[in-house]
Write a protein that binds this ligand. Structure first.
Ligand SMILES: *[C@@H]1O[C@H](CO)[C@@H](O)[C@H](O)[C@H]1NC(C)=O
Ligand SMILES: *[C@@H]1O[C@H](CO)[C@@H](O)[C@H](O)[C@H]1NC(C)=O
Ligand SMILES: *[C@@H]1O[C@H](CO)[C@@H](O)[C@H](O)[C@H]1NC(C)=O
Ligand SMILES: *[C@@H]1O[C@H](CO)[C@@H](O)[C@H](O)[C@H]1NC(C)=O
Length: 810
């Protein structure tokens, strides 16, 4: 009898669960309401928390129509009014003549005079915190800017075609495997471990995503996608230049097939959120950044304010709220991962600290490095830059999916192309560690980054012993390294911050090299007040009056002496209003001891006819909370890594580096030793497994050989291998050899995925291992020399390289 009861009971329970799940899902991803900017004005209104006033009350109060809540933001609502109702509709929406804004001001003033009469009763107007009229704006893609003097370029596809090679795809994807300069993201080892982004959802916030592309259709995630430009579910490219988002999406999650190579995380799901194909308002952008934020885990953003060297724009109001909402509640409270491209204004002195998206503590800012480890002319520098990864430059580009069923592009680039690579790498990390918070991801990116071009003066060593460059951040992303580190990473404690009191300066900035120096002493008590254990981000909010903003230089010097160039000279920034409440950010002081004197130096050395006044500044320390506040020994001293198994980038020691840094970090060498041996164990273990698989493949899957083998045989002879090892690979002239070698590694790529049906004959696998063995030895040698830079091509010094200027005009 009992059994008869149990079955329907279980079924009911199951149905209930499914229902709960569905209702939750729908409440989380409410479909945004279609907007009509032709006929209506829109307003975003913020109500006080748990307001006694409903949106319907506001409708009556201001004579507007409720359009709904702003995405997931509880107290933010959108209202509208018909343009025809507004008397002067020809005034192009001037705020000063706006009916709704005028009415709001009027009611507020009335209320003020009311309360001065001491008649204190609740009035709905008190519940309205702000009314923002929405204006249409356009965000800018970070594709490479046009170049004044293009030079002829060797297009790898054309070269390959002339050699009779028609196999499209990953032999051009040097950012994944680069057998020539060895400058790649080192990802094949991660794939070999079966880490390919499975179960991870990344969203590309851009100009559209071609969900019908053979490369993207299998990984397309419709539920996380939306078109904010044309208001529909599918974010398909519709304009002729809507190629940017599809190209970026391909870099992240192009599937393993024979179309246009593969993404960094070929098994990740990819959503498209379309905002760049036309103008949008703040409320659209706010909703976009939170769209399906319990499903979409990473938001890849290759756009921002104009990179013209004169814009100073930060997300505020409803956009800032949505970013904070994503950080606090996205991904089940772990925080959405916002990845931003540093910007393409390098050639016009733009600096990512003048872009409020890239200098937000909530975003991972990704810079670009080209194939030869030169600094691309377009890539912006700043103290908020966390890491760099590969993109176009020195006549080379990123090869990826394009709009069309099977279309590919070999001309993708700009910092736009770097951010998606980072997104792909973070997708790999989240596959094995979905529990990582947004700060964990930043921390892992920092400690796993590999410094390179070490001869450059830009590298500075901070208190924690890490190298940092305003040009490269903490170094270049290494997929293998960050994934290994993620495996054992212990989550950071929650975030706390300490806002120091405002320092009022009010002094005219002299025209000299010294400028004005202002300082503040941070004490242990300041840290104890908020239980701050370890410093992470630093922000400085500053007020400076100046008749030419581009002349202002702002440096922050930590108690240890590390210098953050917060504000750098911008040649073309003629703005006369100075900096009003502008917030700069630095990641350089991460893990420094904040106790002591922090110095802010403000200088003006550019145009004597322009002058300014340094008014005031506020220092804010952000960091990790003390683990157990009750602990008797809340040691504030920096420990460079939370777990001894973390494989930090080996930190090369310069000759001029004093013994202080070694004495500060007694554990550095032991960490390096341990990491090296664990890497070896890992490599040996991996090779063992590969060998077993090779055996299995040989005996079990011989019938599959025919189809694939034909391609492989011609490129995969011992001869080719010997030639390559004999060092005949030239640094440019002879292209056929490098291409052969690239083919060899394309086999490596096939095998990396471990799909047994695609395995080749065992002899080939053995060659593969031999090749990889050499490769590993090579890497080890480089580590011993303390240098990552010496590939076969010499790197160039200096920031701007002349031959890197043949970029695609988007
Ligand atoms: C790249 O990955 C391999 C494993 O595939 C690893 O042995 C090697 O150390 C990595 N390279 C660097 C520079 O970390
Ligand atoms: C795909 O590429 C072909 C050939 O270059 C081109 O004619 C076609 O317009 C492209 N398709 C799309 C949708 O861009
Ligand atoms: C900070 O402390 C140092 C040393 O104790 C002192 O010389 C300096 O004047 C202090 N600075 C401020 C701004 O209080
Ligand atoms: C700067 O911001 C603070 C707090 O956000 C505000 O009180 C102040 O009025 C702002 N000052 C200016 C000049 O905008």
């Amino acid at each position: 009898m009992a059994f008869i009861w149990i079955k329907p009971l279980l079924l009911c329970l199951l149905l209930l669960l499914v229902f709960i799940d569905l209702s939750q899902a729908t409440s989380l991803s409410t479909i945004p309401k279609k907007r009509n900017y032709e006929e209506k004005y829109y307003y975003v209104i913020e109500l006080v928390d748990e307001s006694f006033v409903s949106p319907q009350d506001v409708e009556k109060l201001l004579d507007v129509q409720h359009e709904g809540q702003v995405g997931a933001l509880d107290n933010w609502h959108v209202f509208s009014t018909h343009k025809s109702l507004t008397a002067r509709s020809d005034s192009a929406g001037e705020d000063s003549q706006d009916r709704v804004l005028a009415r709001y001001e009027q009611l507020k003033n009335l209320r003020r005079s009311d309360s001065s009469n001491k008649k204190r009763s609740a009035s709905p107007i008190d519940a309205i915190l702000s009314v923002e009229k929405q204006h249409l704006r356009k965000r800018h893609k970070r594709a490479p800017p046009p170049i004044p003097t293009p030079i002829t370029d060797i297009d790898p596809v054309t070269v390959a075609a002339s050699l009779g090679i028609t196999d499209p795809g990953f032999q051009y994807q040097w950012h994944l495997i680069n057998p020539i300069e060895h400058n790649d993201i080192n990802v094949t080892g991660v794939w070999e471990e079966g880490i390919t982004g499975k179960g991870v959802y990344a969203a590309i916030v851009d100009d559209g995503l071609d969900a019908n592309s053979d490369d993207l259709k299998d990984n397309f995630f419709a539920e996380g996608s939306y078109d904010f430009n044309d208001h529909g579910k599918l974010p398909l490219p519709r304009l002729s230049d809507d190629t940017h988002g599809t190209r970026c999406a391909g870099e992240i999650a192009a599937a393993k097939n024979d179309v246009c190579g593969v993404g960094v995380a070929p098994d990740a799901k990819i959503a498209g959120i379309r905002i760049l194909s036309g103008q949008i308002t703040d409320v659209d952008e706010a909703e976009a950044l939170n769209y399906a934020f319990q499903k979409n885990q990473i938001y890849s953003c290759s756009w921002g304010p104009p990179d013209d060297g004169q814009s100073t724009e930060a997300p505020k109001g409803v956009i800032l709220q949505s970013m904070i909402k994503g950080i606090k509640e996205g991904r089940g409270g772990k925080g959405s991962i916002f990845v931003f491209a540093s910007g393409n204004g390098g050639a016009v002195d733009d600096n990512c600290n003048y872009d409020g998206y890239t200098n937000s503590i909530y975003t991972v800012t990704v810079g670009a490095v080209d194939r030869t480890h030169s600094h691309p002319y377009y890539a912006e520098k700043c103290s908020a830059l966390l890491i760099s990864t590969y993109s176009s430059g020195s006549g080379s580009y990123i090869y990826t999916t394009d709009v069309g069923k099977q279309n590919c592009t070999s001309m993708h680039g700009g910092t736009s192309a770097a951010a998606p690579i980072a997104t792909g790498v973070f997708s790999l990390v989240l596959q094995i560690r979905p529990d990582l918070t947004w700060r964990d991801v930043q921390y892992l990116a920092m400690i796993s980054a590999v410094p390179f071009n070490l001869h450059e003066k830009e590298w500075i060593r901070n208190y924690a012993g890490r190298l940092y460059s305003h040009k490269w951040g903490y170094g270049k992303l290494d997929a293998y390294r960050i994934v290994q580190n993620a495996k054992t990473f212990k989550n950071l404690e929650s975030q706390v911050h300490k806002e120091m009191p405002i320092i009022v300066v009010n002094k005219i900035i002299p025209f000299n090299d010294h400028g004005i120096i202002s300082s503040i002493n941070v004490t242990q008590k300041d840290l104890d007040d908020v239980n701050l254990a370890r410093l992470e981000h630093i922000t400085v909010t500053i007020n400076i009056d100046h008749t030419r903003r581009g002349d202002i230089e702002v440096d922050l010097i930590s108690p240890y002496g590390t210098v953050s160039h917060l504000g750098a000279v911008r040649r073309y920034d003629e703005f006369k209003g100075g900096l009003n409440n502008w917030t700069f950010m630095s990641v350089i002081h991460w893990d420094e001891s904040p106790v002591g004197e922090w110095v802010l130096q403000v200088r003006d050395r550019q145009n004597p006819e322009h002058t300014g006044t340094f008014k005031d500044w506020i220092l804010k320390l952000w960091g990790e909370k003390i683990a157990n506040v009750l602990s008797t020994n809340p040691s504030p001293s920096p420990s460079p890594s939370p777990s001894p198994t973390i494989n930090e980038s080996p930190i090369p020691t310069d000759d001029d580096e004093t013994s202080t840094s070694t004495s500060l970090l007694p554990t550095q060498s032991s960490i390096a030793l341990e990491s090296k041996s664990s890497t070896w164990i890992f490599a040996v273990f991996g090779m063992g497994i590969a060998f077993i698989f090779a055996g299995i493949a040989y005996f079990a899957k011989r019938r599959c050989w025919d189809k694939r083998g034909r391609k492989g045989r011609s490129f995969f002879s011992r001869d080719t291998y010997d030639v390559l090892q004999s060092g005949e690979v030239a640094t440019g002239g002879d292209v056929s050899l490098p291409l052969n070698k690239q083919f060899m590694t394309s086999r490596e790529l096939f095998d990396a995925f471990g799909d047994s049906s695609e395995d080749d004959e065992s002899t080939q696998v053995v060659f593969e291992n031999a090749y990889m063995d050499e490769d590993i030895n090579d890497d080890e040698k480089k580590v011993d020399n303390g240098s990552y830079t010496e590939g076969m091509i010499e790197h160039r010094d200096g920031g701007i390289t002349n031959d890197s200027n043949n970029e695609d005009h988007q």
